[in-house]
Design a protein around this ligand. Structure first.
Ligand code: CA
Length: 503
């Protein structure tokens, strides 16, 4: 049976990246095929990111032997069914200074696990696998479970898209978007053969909400409890902005839980976007009927990337997972201890390795915040994989007004990497004037959330109308982003992730 989803994961591992990859590799072949792991700098420098990916395969290899010896099902079926390509990509952003998150993830990206657990780390010989040559090469050491590519990642991404039918490959991008921007700049039409680009990045509303079952508490007192907990959001504003969440049926009252979710690297910016805001802006621009209307200003420093052609065959289908929706999904320490404790006792290499960097991450979280009864690791990146595995579930919801014009600040002194939306209560000029067409082949009609309305590329003046600098009120300008606002459940995900990876 053909896999439901064929994916390229573009990643900068990183603790939650590793959990995302383990979740994908542990799936069944009919659920997902991991065609390629495309590595970028990000949380730590690119060679450390690469070492962590090689280490994943090394540890899984040992885990499979251990499970087999115990007479257990091996698991990791999709990995066993097809060997992912591993390719190394960008070492630095298009234009910005290199920024890393080693203060959180540790210098090696996994809280020092290679030093503390050398028996579970691959020998340094893996480095030679990725040097020189021209094509993906099968290797036997340190693991036969992946193919080391000696081609740069963005070129390898384009090769896969070129050699496969359109709308068959999804890219899950959970690091800075440099590799994707390079691919899109080199060959935009081949890049647009992608079925969907799923991006973890940004912070949009700073508000999230979720369905809440009917409560016997009077609605007003319920609100007052919530309001006292999170006093910074006026509830009346929420009622106006999110009426769709208020009442789903007579039996179910959907009330709002709100919390400020700000940027995690500046007051307004999320790490991946801030790390390469220009790359993000360039990828987002491909969702526009007229990419030139949202392209960043011409580069002045390192980037020599050209503008896109004026005419492109179709817009990019991009689904965004901002901090608003990812942050509440946590891997609680109590769940990890309960699941991994017995496995470590029994000698599971994967449980020992994963537990080593997860426990250190809990310690880091507590050192950066405060001592907590049951700390949780935010599962930003794994959420995108969960979406790929369960996307037909109706509880995956995009923003009510999707696709939205979400743009990325590339030049601000204090706001670089910020995601902007137009919150003014003004009607867009020319609404309904452009021909509404479906993006050919990009829409999965079995999935209601994918029924997009995308305007055809037409000639428009790039010049802004008077009083509308930036063309925010022009329907033919701006980006078209599908932002996820609801998932199958914040509390369900952590246990699900552990179950899928560790059985
Ligand atoms: Ca990441």
């Amino acid at each position: 049976m053909a896999p439901l989803n064929r994916v390229i994961i573009d990643t900068d591992p990183g603790v939650d990246d590793v959990l995302a990859m383990l979740l994908a590799l542990a799936a069944r072949p009919e659920e997902i095929e991991v065609m390629m792991l495309s590595i970028t700098y990000g949380n730590v420098e690119v060679q450390s990111c690469l070492r962590n990916v090689v280490a994943i395969f090394h540890v899984i290899e040992k885990e499979l032997e251990w499970r087999k010896a115990r007479g257990q099902l091996e698991g990791f079926e999709t990995m066993l069914a097809s060997k992912p390509i591993v390719a190394v990509g960008a070492e630095h952003p298009l234009e910005d200074e290199l920024l890393m998150a080693d203060y959180f993830h540790g210098v090696d990206g996994l809280a020092g696990v290679h030093e503390s657990h050398p028996h579970l780390s691959p020998a340094d010989t893996w480095k030679s696998l990725f040097k020189s040559g021209a094509s993906a090469q099968e290797i036997s050491s340190p693991s036969s479970r992946f193919r080391a590519s000696q081609t740069v990642a963005h070129t390898e991404i384009l090769r896969l898209l070129r050699e496969n039918p359109g709308d068959t490959i999804t890219i899950i991008a959970v690091g800075p978007l440099t590799n994707l921007a390079l691919a899109a700049a080199e060959d935009p039409e081949t890049f647009l053969k992608v079925k969907e680009v799923v991006v973890m990045g940004g912070a949009i509303d700073g508000v999230y909400s979720r369905p809440f079952p009917f409560t016997p508490l009077p609605f007003t007192s319920h609100l007052s409890i919530r309001r006292s907990t999170y006093p910074r959001i006026p509830w009346t504003m929420l009622l106006v902005r999110y009426p769709v969440f208020l009442l789903r049926s007579k039996e179910t009252l959907l009330t709002l839980r709100s919390q400020i979710v700000e940027g995690n690297i500046t007051p307004v910016a999320e790490f991946n976007t801030y790390a390469d805001a220009v790359a993000t802006a360039r990828v987002f621009a491909l969702t526009s009927p007229n990419p030139a209307t949202t392209m960043p200003p011409p580069p002045i420093n390192m980037s020599k990337l050209p503008p896109y052609p004026k005419k492109l065959s179709r817009p990019l289908n991009l689904t965004l997972f901002p901090l608003d929706v990812t942050t509440p999904h946590k891997l609680q320490k109590s769940h990890v201890d309960a699941k991994l404790g017995p496995l470590i006792q029994a000698g599971s290499p994967l449980a020992e390795w994963t537990n080593a960097f997860i426990q250190r991450t809990y310690a880091k979280i507590e050192s950066l915040t405060r001592k907590q009864a049951d700390p949780g690791i935010e599962l930003h990146d794994p959420l995108c994989v969960w979406y790929m595995l369960t996307r037909s579930a109706r509880s995956w919801m995009v923003a009510p007004k999707a696709p939205e014009d979400i743009r990325v600040e590339t030049a601000g002194q204090w706001t670089r990497g910020m995601h902007l939306v137009d919150r003014r209560n003004r009607t867009k000029a020319g609404a309904g004037s452009s021909e509404q067409v479906k993006s050919p082949g990009a829409v999965d009609i079995t999935n209601p959330m994918e029924i997009l309305s995308i305007e055809q590329h037409i000639d428009v003046e790039i010049i802004d109308a008077p009083g509308d600098n930036g063309g925010w009120l022009d329907v033919n300008k701006g980006n078209r982003i599908n932002r996820i606002v609801n998932t199958p459940g914040e509390d369900a995900f952590g246990p699900y992730l552990l179950e899928r990876i560790f059985g």
